[in-house]
Design a protein around this ligand. Structure first.
Ligand SMILES: CC(=O)SCCNC(=O)CCNC(=O)[C@H](O)C(C)(C)COP(=O)(O)OP(=O)(O)OC[C@H]1O[C@@H](n2cnc3c(N)ncnc32)[C@H](O)[C@@H]1OP(=O)(O)O
Ligand SMILES: O=C([O-])CC(=O)C(=O)O
Ligand SMILES: [Mg+2]
Length: 293
Protein backbone atom coordinates (compact mmCIF):
# COMPACT_ATOMS: atom_id res chain seq x y z
CA UNK A 1 0.00 0.00 0.00
CA UNK A 2 1.23 3.49 -0.90
CA UNK A 3 2.32 5.40 2.25
CA UNK A 4 0.89 8.90 2.43
CA UNK A 5 3.10 11.70 3.73
CA UNK A 6 1.01 14.66 2.60
CA UNK A 7 1.21 16.35 5.98
CA UNK A 8 3.92 16.09 8.64
CA UNK A 9 2.76 18.14 11.65
CA UNK A 10 5.49 19.62 13.83
CA UNK A 11 4.57 19.32 17.51
CA UNK A 12 6.76 21.11 20.07
CA UNK A 13 8.23 18.44 22.35
CA UNK A 14 7.84 20.58 25.48
CA UNK A 15 4.03 20.88 25.28
CA UNK A 16 2.21 18.01 27.05
CA UNK A 17 -1.26 19.00 25.79
CA UNK A 18 -0.18 19.16 22.16
CA UNK A 19 1.75 15.90 22.55
CA UNK A 20 -1.35 14.13 23.84
CA UNK A 21 -3.70 15.39 21.11
CA UNK A 22 -1.32 15.68 18.14
CA UNK A 23 -2.80 12.77 16.15
CA UNK A 24 -6.48 13.72 16.44
CA UNK A 25 -6.34 16.39 13.71
CA UNK A 26 -5.70 13.81 10.96
CA UNK A 27 -2.17 14.64 9.78
CA UNK A 28 -0.50 11.72 7.99
CA UNK A 29 2.55 12.04 10.28
CA UNK A 30 3.28 13.87 13.49
CA UNK A 31 6.80 15.16 13.91
CA UNK A 32 7.55 15.73 17.56
CA UNK A 33 10.28 18.31 17.94
CA UNK A 34 13.23 18.38 20.33
CA UNK A 35 15.21 20.82 18.19
CA UNK A 36 14.45 24.45 17.39
CA UNK A 37 11.00 24.77 19.01
CA UNK A 38 12.52 23.75 22.37
CA UNK A 39 14.73 26.23 24.24
CA UNK A 40 18.17 25.16 25.46
CA UNK A 41 16.96 25.25 29.08
CA UNK A 42 14.12 22.82 28.32
CA UNK A 43 16.04 20.25 26.24
CA UNK A 44 16.41 17.63 29.00
CA UNK A 45 12.83 17.99 30.27
CA UNK A 46 11.42 17.82 26.73
CA UNK A 47 13.43 14.67 25.92
CA UNK A 48 12.03 12.96 29.01
CA UNK A 49 8.50 14.16 28.26
CA UNK A 50 8.65 12.92 24.65
CA UNK A 51 10.08 9.56 25.72
CA UNK A 52 7.18 9.05 28.12
CA UNK A 53 4.60 10.37 25.66
CA UNK A 54 5.72 7.81 23.06
CA UNK A 55 5.63 5.01 25.62
CA UNK A 56 2.24 6.08 26.97
CA UNK A 57 -0.03 7.48 24.25
CA UNK A 58 -1.55 5.45 21.46
CA UNK A 59 -1.18 7.48 18.27
CA UNK A 60 -3.14 4.89 16.29
CA UNK A 61 -2.29 4.72 12.60
CA UNK A 62 -0.55 8.10 12.56
CA UNK A 63 3.12 7.87 11.68
CA UNK A 64 5.27 9.21 14.53
CA UNK A 65 8.61 10.88 13.81
CA UNK A 66 10.82 12.70 16.30
CA UNK A 67 13.11 15.57 15.28
CA UNK A 68 16.21 15.23 17.44
CA UNK A 69 19.07 17.66 17.90
CA UNK A 70 22.11 17.20 15.67
CA UNK A 71 24.94 14.94 16.82
CA UNK A 72 27.21 18.00 16.63
CA UNK A 73 25.27 19.62 19.52
CA UNK A 74 25.48 18.81 23.26
CA UNK A 75 21.98 17.23 23.11
CA UNK A 76 22.13 14.97 20.06
CA UNK A 77 23.56 11.80 21.54
CA UNK A 78 21.19 11.74 24.52
CA UNK A 79 18.27 12.41 22.17
CA UNK A 80 19.13 9.34 20.08
CA UNK A 81 19.70 7.20 23.20
CA UNK A 82 16.24 8.06 24.55
CA UNK A 83 14.23 8.32 21.36
CA UNK A 84 15.37 5.07 19.71
CA UNK A 85 14.29 3.31 22.92
CA UNK A 86 10.87 5.02 22.68
CA UNK A 87 10.41 3.45 19.20
CA UNK A 88 8.94 6.10 16.90
CA UNK A 89 8.71 5.05 13.26
CA UNK A 90 11.52 7.44 12.34
CA UNK A 91 13.97 10.05 13.53
CA UNK A 92 14.18 13.33 11.65
CA UNK A 93 17.74 14.61 11.41
CA UNK A 94 17.84 18.42 11.30
CA UNK A 95 20.44 20.44 9.35
CA UNK A 96 21.92 17.45 7.52
CA UNK A 97 24.94 18.58 5.53
CA UNK A 98 26.86 15.50 4.41
CA UNK A 99 26.29 11.79 3.76
CA UNK A 100 28.66 11.18 6.72
CA UNK A 101 26.09 12.86 9.01
CA UNK A 102 23.59 10.19 7.98
CA UNK A 103 26.10 7.34 8.30
CA UNK A 104 27.00 8.52 11.81
CA UNK A 105 23.33 8.63 12.85
CA UNK A 106 22.71 5.23 11.25
CA UNK A 107 25.63 3.68 13.17
CA UNK A 108 24.45 5.13 16.47
CA UNK A 109 20.89 3.89 15.90
CA UNK A 110 22.28 0.45 15.02
CA UNK A 111 24.27 0.39 18.29
CA UNK A 112 21.22 1.32 20.36
CA UNK A 113 18.95 -1.14 18.54
CA UNK A 114 21.50 -3.89 19.30
CA UNK A 115 21.82 -2.84 22.94
CA UNK A 116 18.06 -3.10 23.52
CA UNK A 117 17.49 -6.18 21.34
CA UNK A 118 15.47 -4.37 18.70
CA UNK A 119 15.49 -5.71 15.14
CA UNK A 120 18.14 -3.94 13.04
CA UNK A 121 16.65 -1.27 10.81
CA UNK A 122 13.46 -0.81 12.86
CA UNK A 123 13.98 2.94 13.29
CA UNK A 124 13.96 4.80 9.97
CA UNK A 125 15.59 8.14 9.18
CA UNK A 126 14.15 11.27 7.60
CA UNK A 127 16.88 13.82 6.77
CA UNK A 128 16.20 17.55 6.58
CA UNK A 129 18.52 19.65 4.46
CA UNK A 130 18.72 23.26 5.64
CA UNK A 131 21.88 24.84 4.15
CA UNK A 132 23.56 25.45 0.81
CA UNK A 133 26.09 22.72 1.63
CA UNK A 134 23.30 20.27 2.45
CA UNK A 135 21.44 21.04 -0.77
CA UNK A 136 24.60 20.56 -2.85
CA UNK A 137 25.11 17.19 -1.13
CA UNK A 138 21.43 16.15 -1.32
CA UNK A 139 22.07 13.43 -3.92
CA UNK A 140 24.60 11.70 -1.65
CA UNK A 141 22.63 12.34 1.54
CA UNK A 142 19.54 10.66 0.04
CA UNK A 143 21.57 7.54 -0.81
CA UNK A 144 23.58 7.33 2.42
CA UNK A 145 21.55 4.76 4.39
CA UNK A 146 18.97 2.05 3.84
CA UNK A 147 17.11 3.52 6.82
CA UNK A 148 16.28 6.70 4.89
CA UNK A 149 12.61 7.04 4.00
CA UNK A 150 12.70 10.65 2.89
CA UNK A 151 14.45 13.98 2.70
CA UNK A 152 13.01 17.39 3.42
CA UNK A 153 13.82 21.04 2.93
CA UNK A 154 14.11 23.25 6.02
CA UNK A 155 13.64 26.65 4.42
CA UNK A 156 13.80 28.94 7.44
CA UNK A 157 17.39 27.89 8.18
CA UNK A 158 18.15 27.59 4.46
CA UNK A 159 17.29 31.21 3.57
CA UNK A 160 19.26 32.37 6.62
CA UNK A 161 22.26 30.44 5.31
CA UNK A 162 21.76 31.97 1.84
CA UNK A 163 21.60 35.47 3.42
CA UNK A 164 18.14 36.13 2.05
CA UNK A 165 14.53 35.89 3.26
CA UNK A 166 11.44 33.94 2.16
CA UNK A 167 9.21 35.47 -0.47
CA UNK A 168 5.64 34.53 -1.27
CA UNK A 169 6.48 33.14 -4.71
CA UNK A 170 9.42 31.19 -3.29
CA UNK A 171 11.89 32.09 -6.05
CA UNK A 172 14.80 31.79 -3.58
CA UNK A 173 13.82 28.15 -2.87
CA UNK A 174 13.31 26.89 -6.42
CA UNK A 175 16.78 25.43 -6.99
CA UNK A 176 16.90 23.85 -3.53
CA UNK A 177 13.45 22.34 -3.94
CA UNK A 178 14.33 20.91 -7.34
CA UNK A 179 17.66 19.44 -6.21
CA UNK A 180 16.07 17.88 -3.12
CA UNK A 181 13.29 16.43 -5.22
CA UNK A 182 15.71 14.99 -7.82
CA UNK A 183 17.83 13.49 -5.03
CA UNK A 184 14.78 11.84 -3.45
CA UNK A 185 13.49 10.46 -6.73
CA UNK A 186 16.93 9.15 -7.74
CA UNK A 187 17.19 7.35 -4.39
CA UNK A 188 13.57 6.13 -4.43
CA UNK A 189 12.56 7.91 -1.21
CA UNK A 190 10.01 10.62 -0.34
CA UNK A 191 10.49 14.36 -0.79
CA UNK A 192 8.79 16.65 1.72
CA UNK A 193 8.64 20.42 1.47
CA UNK A 194 9.25 22.91 4.24
CA UNK A 195 6.95 24.77 6.66
CA UNK A 196 4.95 27.89 5.81
CA UNK A 197 5.21 29.99 8.95
CA UNK A 198 2.29 32.46 8.65
CA UNK A 199 -0.61 30.28 9.77
CA UNK A 200 -3.09 33.11 9.15
CA UNK A 201 -2.18 33.56 5.45
CA UNK A 202 -4.43 30.90 3.95
CA UNK A 203 -4.13 32.14 0.38
CA UNK A 204 -0.32 32.30 0.48
CA UNK A 205 -0.22 28.82 2.00
CA UNK A 206 -2.59 27.40 -0.63
CA UNK A 207 -0.46 28.84 -3.46
CA UNK A 208 2.71 27.36 -1.99
CA UNK A 209 1.10 23.93 -1.59
CA UNK A 210 -0.07 23.98 -5.24
CA UNK A 211 3.46 24.93 -6.34
CA UNK A 212 5.21 22.14 -4.45
CA UNK A 213 2.64 19.58 -5.59
CA UNK A 214 3.30 20.61 -9.20
CA UNK A 215 7.07 20.31 -8.62
CA UNK A 216 6.50 16.70 -7.56
CA UNK A 217 6.79 16.67 -3.75
CA UNK A 218 5.00 14.00 -1.70
CA UNK A 219 3.89 16.45 0.95
CA UNK A 220 4.73 19.31 3.29
CA UNK A 221 5.97 19.86 6.82
CA UNK A 222 3.35 21.93 8.64
CA UNK A 223 3.14 23.72 11.97
CA UNK A 224 -0.57 24.05 12.70
CA UNK A 225 -3.63 21.76 12.46
CA UNK A 226 -5.42 24.44 10.37
CA UNK A 227 -2.97 23.71 7.54
CA UNK A 228 -3.88 20.01 7.27
CA UNK A 229 -7.17 20.32 5.36
CA UNK A 230 -5.69 22.54 2.65
CA UNK A 231 -2.75 20.21 1.97
CA UNK A 232 -4.96 17.13 1.90
CA UNK A 233 -7.43 18.82 -0.44
CA UNK A 234 -4.66 19.71 -2.91
CA UNK A 235 -2.71 16.43 -2.61
CA UNK A 236 -5.64 14.01 -2.70
CA UNK A 237 -6.88 13.01 -6.18
CA UNK A 238 -10.22 14.61 -7.09
CA UNK A 239 -13.25 12.66 -8.38
CA UNK A 240 -12.46 13.93 -11.92
CA UNK A 241 -8.85 12.76 -11.72
CA UNK A 242 -9.90 9.36 -10.40
CA UNK A 243 -12.59 8.92 -13.07
CA UNK A 244 -10.15 9.91 -15.81
CA UNK A 245 -7.49 7.55 -14.48
CA UNK A 246 -9.95 4.66 -14.44
CA UNK A 247 -10.86 5.37 -18.07
CA UNK A 248 -7.18 5.53 -19.07
CA UNK A 249 -6.42 2.20 -17.45
CA UNK A 250 -9.50 0.57 -18.97
CA UNK A 251 -8.67 1.93 -22.43
CA UNK A 252 -5.07 0.76 -22.19
CA UNK A 253 -6.14 -2.74 -21.06
CA UNK A 254 -8.49 -2.91 -24.03
CA UNK A 255 -5.73 -1.78 -26.39
CA UNK A 256 -3.31 -4.32 -24.98
CA UNK A 257 -5.85 -7.07 -25.62
CA UNK A 258 -6.03 -5.94 -29.22
CA UNK A 259 -2.22 -5.85 -29.41
CA UNK A 260 -1.73 -2.09 -29.92
CA UNK A 261 0.59 -0.04 -27.65
CA UNK A 262 -0.59 3.51 -28.31
CA UNK A 263 -4.26 4.49 -28.16
CA UNK A 264 -6.29 7.65 -28.23
CA UNK A 265 -8.78 8.75 -25.57
CA UNK A 266 -10.82 11.94 -26.09
CA UNK A 267 -8.34 12.96 -28.78
CA UNK A 268 -5.26 12.53 -26.54
CA UNK A 269 -2.53 9.97 -27.01
CA UNK A 270 -2.38 7.47 -24.15
CA UNK A 271 0.92 5.64 -23.78
CA UNK A 272 2.92 3.93 -21.05
CA UNK A 273 3.94 6.94 -18.87
CA UNK A 274 0.36 8.24 -18.92
CA UNK A 275 -0.92 4.84 -17.79
CA UNK A 276 1.73 4.79 -15.05
CA UNK A 277 0.58 8.23 -13.81
CA UNK A 278 -3.03 7.06 -13.83
CA UNK A 279 -2.04 4.05 -11.70
CA UNK A 280 -0.32 6.39 -9.23
CA UNK A 281 -3.47 8.53 -8.98
CA UNK A 282 -5.50 5.42 -8.12
CA UNK A 283 -2.88 4.24 -5.61
CA UNK A 284 -2.95 7.66 -3.88
CA UNK A 285 -6.76 7.67 -3.90
CA UNK A 286 -6.86 4.18 -2.38
CA UNK A 287 -4.31 5.14 0.29
CA UNK A 288 -6.42 8.20 1.15
CA UNK A 289 -9.52 5.96 1.16
CA UNK A 290 -11.21 8.06 -1.54
CA UNK A 291 -13.74 6.16 -3.64
CA UNK A 292 -15.15 6.99 -7.05
CA UNK A 293 -18.73 8.18 -6.51
C1 LIG B 1 11.46 26.65 11.64
C2 LIG B 1 11.04 25.47 12.44
O1 LIG B 1 11.85 24.79 13.01
S1 LIG B 1 9.37 25.06 12.36
C3 LIG B 1 9.18 23.70 13.44
C4 LIG B 1 9.12 24.06 14.90
N1 LIG B 1 7.95 24.82 15.22
C5 LIG B 1 6.86 24.25 15.78
O2 LIG B 1 6.86 23.08 16.09
C6 LIG B 1 5.65 25.15 15.99
C7 LIG B 1 4.37 24.33 16.03
N2 LIG B 1 3.20 25.18 16.06
C8 LIG B 1 2.77 25.87 17.15
O3 LIG B 1 3.39 25.84 18.22
C9 LIG B 1 1.49 26.67 17.03
O4 LIG B 1 0.65 26.16 16.02
C10 LIG B 1 1.69 28.19 16.72
C11 LIG B 1 2.55 28.83 17.83
C12 LIG B 1 2.37 28.38 15.37
C13 LIG B 1 0.32 28.85 16.68
O5 LIG B 1 -0.30 28.63 17.92
P1 LIG B 1 -1.85 28.99 18.16
O6 LIG B 1 -2.12 30.33 17.57
O7 LIG B 1 -2.14 28.77 19.61
O8 LIG B 1 -2.60 27.89 17.32
P2 LIG B 1 -4.16 27.66 17.19
O9 LIG B 1 -4.93 28.73 17.91
O10 LIG B 1 -4.45 27.47 15.75
O11 LIG B 1 -4.35 26.28 17.93
C14 LIG B 1 -5.59 25.56 17.86
C15 LIG B 1 -5.48 24.26 18.57
O12 LIG B 1 -4.51 23.44 17.91
C16 LIG B 1 -3.47 23.06 18.80
N3 LIG B 1 -2.21 23.13 18.07
C17 LIG B 1 -1.70 24.22 17.44
N4 LIG B 1 -0.53 23.89 16.84
C18 LIG B 1 -0.33 22.59 17.09
C19 LIG B 1 0.70 21.71 16.71
N5 LIG B 1 1.74 22.12 15.99
N6 LIG B 1 0.61 20.42 17.11
C20 LIG B 1 -0.44 20.02 17.86
N7 LIG B 1 -1.45 20.81 18.25
C21 LIG B 1 -1.39 22.09 17.86
C22 LIG B 1 -3.52 24.09 19.93
O13 LIG B 1 -2.99 23.52 21.12
C23 LIG B 1 -5.00 24.37 20.02
O14 LIG B 1 -5.60 23.31 20.75
P3 LIG B 1 -6.85 23.58 21.73
O15 LIG B 1 -7.94 24.12 20.83
O16 LIG B 1 -7.14 22.24 22.30
O17 LIG B 1 -6.37 24.59 22.72
O1 LIG C 1 12.14 21.74 8.33
C1 LIG C 1 11.34 22.69 8.32
O2 LIG C 1 10.49 22.89 7.42
C2 LIG C 1 11.37 23.63 9.47
C3 LIG C 1 12.75 24.10 9.75
O3 LIG C 1 13.47 23.60 10.60
C4 LIG C 1 13.25 25.20 8.94
O4 LIG C 1 12.52 25.67 8.05
O5 LIG C 1 14.39 25.64 9.20
MG1 LIG D 1 15.36 24.47 10.81
Amino acid sequence: MQKLRRTMLFVPGNNPGMLRDAHIYGADSIMIDLEDSVSIKEKDAARLLVYHALRTFDYGETEVIVRVNGLNTPFGREDYEAIVRARPQAIRMPKTETPQDVVEADQLITEIEKAVGMEQGTIKIFAAVESAKGVLNAQHIAAASSRLIGIALGAEDFVTDLKTTRSLDGIELLTARSLILFAARAAGIDAVDTVFSNVNDEEGFRNEVKLIKQLGFDGKSIINPRQIGIVHEIFTPSQEEIAKSVRIIEASAEAEEKGSGVISLDGRMIDKPIVERARRVLALAAAAKVKLK
